[in-house]
Ligand binder design. Structure first.
Ligand SMILES: [Zn+2]
Ligand SMILES: [Zn+2]
Length: 395
């Protein structure tokens, strides 16, 4: 039988305003990846005040809070990401971003506020708490760069964490609803650069040049066939070229062309297959046009987010206990990526989604300057987070 937070719901209700205020404060003061100095200072202050053991400067601007309950139990981590995006917010509100060109447009301000409040509620009931809660505040999710250095810093090893959980707010579902599904949840992401070298010359005499633009065009189209013809129809992959850079003038054949794109998949095997095949494919294709092509895979990469079956069933059970059966659905995997994947490859666990869609249903996508959160989703997220942590610690 699951212990629900029923007895603690008053505590959640009592903190509703402070939870919203905290989120609004982070929203007003967004900070880019690895520059979350003010954010991590506030996190550390709050955790110190709640009498957690606090580690700061983890992976640069990351913070870890460790809370030992008075009763024996397991060690469970809760991970929240804390960074904002390089966008200028269009929303007009007193708490709108005060930093031009930087905006919390993915909900990480909410993740941070929920995780701090979660720590404070657990700390206030330390005497009843079983086991050890490890609150992980990770920087730089938006550049897929913060998770790995935090793991390398040993955040799951000292103390040894048994399981890891976390949530992502989403405008794709109604406030108060939860999506939780086992297996692949979020796509892998790889940034890809294709550099094509030719030989420049006059546009009137292409036979005296090697035209990298024509080669690039064929490689671009061919890459789509690579997906269609070499990936099994039962699998999925997306390869988008979002940038082509070449040339200076209509009648000059340039010496080189560059294409940049992103690859998304839901299976490690498919990802490996395409990443292995792409360099040879581009090089062979370029050779047909007497050009040369090199493919580089960028650092901003991460594998598919895969939820563990047992821990996912557990989260679903907790979410249903907190919010009711109708509020909880499987949802579908999303093509977005998240470096939570590294935590879930290090320990069993589950990453689930909590709705923050506006009441009128008109939601702007994440990473858009019009992004807006329905703050009614925050206490629902906190409620499930608390249920998951309490039950996992004592399981
Ligand atoms: Zn994001
Ligand atoms: Zn995000």
């Amino acid at each position: 039988m699951k212990k629900t937070t029923g007895a603690w719901s008053q505590e959640i209700d009592a903190r509703r305003d402070s939870l919203t205020a905290l989120r609004r404060d982070f929203h007003r003061h967004p900070e880019l990846s690895f520059q979350e100095r003010r954010t991590s200072e506030i996190i550390a202050q709050r955790l110190h005040a709640a009498k957690l053991d606090v580690r700061t400067g983890v992976a640069g601007t990351g913070v870890v809070g460790i809370l030992h309950g008075d009763r024996p139990g397991r060690t469970i981590a809760w991970r929240a990401d804390i960074d904002a995006l390089p966008l200028t917010e269009t929303l007009e509100a007193p708490f709108a971003s005060g930093t031009p060109g930087v905006m919390h447009a993915c909900g990480h301000d909410g993740h941070t506020a929920i995780a701090i409040t979660l720590a404070e509620i657990l700390a206030a009931r330390r005497a009843e708490m079983e086991g050890t809660a490890v609150l992980v505040f990770q920087p730089a999710e938006e550049v897929l760069g913060g998770a790995r250095p935090m793991l390398e810093a040993g955040v799951l090893d000292h103390p040894h964490v048994d399981e890891v959980y976390g949530l992502h707010l989403t405008t794709q579902i109604a406030a108060g609803a939860v999506m939780v599904r086992p297996g692949p949840n979020m796509a892998s992401a790889d940034s890809i650069t294709v550099e094509i070298s030719g030989r420049g010359g006059h546009g009137a005499y292409p036979h005296l040049s090697v035209d990298p633009v024509t080669a690039a065009a064929h490689i671009l189209v061919g890459m789509q066939h690579l997906i269609a013809k070499e990936v099994a129809a039962s699998e999925t992959a997306v390869l988008t070229i979002g940038q082509i850079v070449a040339g200076t003038k209509n009648n000059i054949i340039p010496a080189s062309a560059i294409m940049r794109g992103t690859l998304r998949t839901f299976a490690d095997g498919v990802r490996a297959q395409i990443l292995t095949r792409l360099p040879a494919f581009a090089a062979d294709m370029a050779r047909a046009y007497r050009a040369e092509a090199r493919v580089a895979i960028g650092d901003m990469s991460c594998p598919t987010v895969i939820n563990h079956d047992r821990e996912t069933a557990f989260v679903r059970e907790c979410a249903v206990a907190e919010l009711g059966e109708t509020a909880v659905t499987d949802g579908k995997p999303v093509m977005a990526s998240d470096d939570m994947t590294h935590f879930l490859r290090a320990r069993p666990g589950c990453y689930f989604r909590v709705g923050i869609a506006p009441a009128d249903g008109h939601s702007a996508p994440h990473h858009a300057p019009e992004f807006e959160m329905n703050e009614d989703g925050l206490p629902a997220g906190l409620r499930v987070a608390l249920g998951v942590m309490l039950n996992a610690l004592g399981r």
